[in-house]
Write a protein that binds this ligand. Sequence first.
Ligand SMILES: [Zn+2]
Length: 646
Amino acid sequence: MSILRAMYTGVTGINAEGEALGTVGDNISNINTVGFKEQRTIFQDMLGHSITAGSATAMPGSGVMVGKIEQLFTQGSLSTTGVSTDVALNGDGFFVVKGTVDGVGGNFYTRAGTFNIDKNGFLVNTNALKVQGYQASANGTILSAQIGDLKVPTAALPPATTTSMTITANLDSNAVVPVAAWDPQNPATTSNFSTSMQVFDSLGNAHSVNIYFRKTAANTYDYHALVDGGQLTGVEVNGAPEGAERLHGPLLPGMANLHSHAFQRGMAGLTEVRASAHDDFWSWRELMYQFMARLTPEQAHAIAVQLYIEMLMHGYTAVAEFHYVHHPAEMLARHLDAARETGIAVTLLPALYRWSGFGSQPLKEEQRRFASDSKTILDLVAGMRKHVSADVRTGVAPHSLRAVDPQSLKELVAAVDERSPVHIHAAEQTREVEECTLAFGKRPVEWLLDNCPVDGRWCVVHATHLVASEVTGLAASGAVAGLCPSTEANLGDGIFPLLNYRGASGRYGIGGDSHVSRDPAEELRLLEYVQRLVGRRRNLTISSTSPAVGTTLWLEAAAGGAQALGREMGALAEGRRADFVVLDGEHPDVANRRGDAIANAFIFSGSSGLVRDVMVAGRWVVQERHHALEERAAARYARAVQQLLA
Ligand SMILES: [Zn+2]
């Protein structure tokens, strides 16, 4: 082989390999792209080629070239996006779409199932090609001979009651027959397996049916189905205890955590090092953006599961997830999944995050995962509608006055269901108050009260920096102040005027926000202590019904939290969800205490681990300080955080 020929062969190899590496690079960089199909490079011989045409340097049969880059149509894993028009194929096949591409009309085939409804009601893909499918007759019969454009009627569809459901299951023949008799009060421990399905009533409301399979003999199972429930049907004082399940200590109503950004749990304890000369909320926010930048849906899911378990184990039974990391789209659905897996009730609040600052400044590079407009948020809420139940609620969260403009804020609030909770961050920072006053001529809470229909479905998160007229105005509106004592202390935000606000009958609840604490008792203790430090007096949060601070704080925050979440909880009363926090009756701080002394011990004795059992909507999710997913979730969480910090 001549030198020239050898060099030529070598160069073609480098060229071809370069292209192949590009394919590998595409595969790696798209590892988290929904719907991306892996590719491979196929090489082939060069049959004939010359370096300079017509000369003697022709190179017949030398070298290698890229024959083609082949897409591999192997099945990927299916993931949920929260958008009801996103569909995927499991197994072989293509979607048929019809329209015109590059001037050529006809049917085309694709496996990408990101569809939308266009303005005429047709189901279309991103190139506006119409999805093809079987047509239906006027009475809903599917006509399998007729294929055409799929059109979704825009008028409201009448609800249809669920009349039948089918389960295909494979039950373990090695399972052990439960010793205890079937007990609907305690279904999990008196059956072997369970699964749940959603059904709809004649008004279109969703209900969940839990089906419990119970082994009765070799190769024989029976099943029991329980619909919804989870509501207290009555409270009786000094009732007869016969036949009842006895609790292992005193009982408090479950607490709502009214403000959560779940992913921030992964940063708890990592930002307590002085990094700049002036370290405050804004420098902390830069670190939070860096942490969030690499967060995958899988990692967000792992963090949320861990967080929700920790919350349950400390006495929170429901959470409002203020969700603004919108991209990729499946992030919201991951939080719904995490709540369902752990058993915590959830109010999902997709957050409108449009601008980086007052005066409609465009989002910064590090904020692009938040990008959203009113339509995005309303679509997310609509996509979640089928999951809504007594324990899964939705609402909206215009992020803050710096991240939304007045027009889109008003549009969003006007478009959302009139019962939906509306949450907004306001007046957390003095700089924010100053910028708002400069931009709008009013302080944030003042502006909201003057320009928005602020009422009982609103939760104004933080509301730290208020003047007297805002204190009375916010209290009179009926809105809930969303106080996050541990986060506000951690970030050096300032001190909420709790005494004046309560004096004006203002409602409040507590939120974990950045989750430096997952313990409601700690939040309430801190809330009271800060007021004591400022006022140099003791026992400040008391009510006309109780002079005990612990009882007052717990009951007021539970009621305010329930209101903010739009969920029937926060009190032991008929019609409320059966959310119970059972304290350990044998713990020295609780044993032999009665009445107010119990909540006072829980909040002010400084002991952690007083919560023994927790029930959400009639189901035990924590028993003897243990959650069923605890170990698995902790291991998965540790892996996720390790990857994020690598
Ligand atoms: Zn927040």
